[in-house]
Design a protein around this ligand. Structure first.
Ligand SMILES: C[S@@+](CC[C@H](N)C(=O)[O-])C[C@H]1O[C@@H](n2cnc3c(N)ncnc32)[C@H](O)[C@@H]1O
Length: 271
């Protein structure tokens, strides 16, 4: 995208995670600042594109499981990203056409593309909310959310590749707890999160330095820090794993290396 095609309200000179992720996935909805930031991250963590692709594949597998086997009919997808092949509503409604999905993101360019996210199957529903995960109470009280989802029935809360943008000062565990407490029993929480567990000390130093220079606050977390989010919840098998190993659909010798992907995930049930 050229800077002269900028939708109103967007600052193309500042890198944003949604557009950067779109660049890694091979999309065209990004500006020079996003591409520069993306390349800076790649200079410290060269397999970041693979990580984005594997994360997206995990998302499809997990929605397939939730809409099918688990029988979940409502999804709250926070940190939706730019529409791309296999958005949550497409995967879920293919299996269960009555599925209802609320998408949330805080990037104005995702908002500009939101119509593509709102093409619900006639039997179901989709809504888009322009809101910030760092204000979970406002997000939960949003009239569009209340209109689209019944919080008295199980919901799948999707936090896919977003919590690593919540730095410690923003109280990630507090935000998670607020969302968790709003969900009825039988709900599921899905999270994927970049980790530093597989990086050698020099690689970690490079990755952290590159993230700092990229202009987007980012917080890698260890398996222990990731596990803390799930206290009191029932982890579904296989528990906390790399996104590559969560109920994989290809044989082991065809899977990406977990240290190249460096992304943890888990699916938990609210008791
Ligand atoms: C790496 S993308 C992940 C997209 C999608 N969940 C996926 O996994 O394919 C992260 C998304 O989170 C959004 N995001 C980051 N911080 C956010 C915040 N505080 N509130 C809402 N959205 C946020 C970004 O705009 C971006 O679209």
């Amino acid at each position: 995208m050229d800077s002269d095609q900028v939708p109103r309200g967007i600052d193309p000179s500042k890198a944003h995670p949604a557009r950067r992720y779109n660049y890694w996935l091979g999309g065209k909805d990004n500006f020079a600042a996003d591409r520069e930031s993306a390349e800076t991250v790649a200079s410290g963590f060269p397999t970041v594109r693979l990580s984005a692709v594997e994360n997206r594949k995990f998302m499809r597998r997990v929605v397939t499981y939730l809409a099918g086997e688990a029988g979940i009919g409502q999804f709250l997808d926070i940190g939706t990203g730019l529409p791309s092949a296999g958005n949550v509503h497409e995967v879920a409604q293919e299996i269960a056409p009555r599925s209802r999905i609320v998408y949330v993101d805080n990037d104005p360019i995702v908002l500009a593309h939101a119509r593509a996210l709102l093409t619900s199957a006639p039997a179901g529903a989709t809504a888009y909310i322009d809101a910030d995960l760092r204000r979970p109470e406002a997000l939960l009280a949003h009239p569009e959310l209340r209109k689209t989802l019944d919080l008295g029935e199980p919901v799948a809360l999707m936090l896919i590749a977003i919590m690593h943008f919540i730095v410690d000062e923003d109280d990630p565990y507090g935000i998670f707890a607020t969302l968790r407490d709003a969900l009825p029993p039988g709900s599921h929480i899905v999270m994927s999160h970049a980790t530093d567990d597989f990086l050698e000390p020099e690689e970690l130093a490079e990755a952290n330095e590159a993230n700092k220079r990229s202009g987007v606050p980012f917080r890698l977390r260890s398996t222990e820090e990731f596990t803390r989010f799930f206290t009191g919840l029932e982890l579904l098998p296989p528990g906390i794993t790399s996104v590559v190993d969560w109920r994989p659909d290809v044989p082991e010798d065809q899977r990406a290396a977990i240290d190249d992907v460096s992304m943890l995930c888990a699916v938990a049930r609210v008791p």
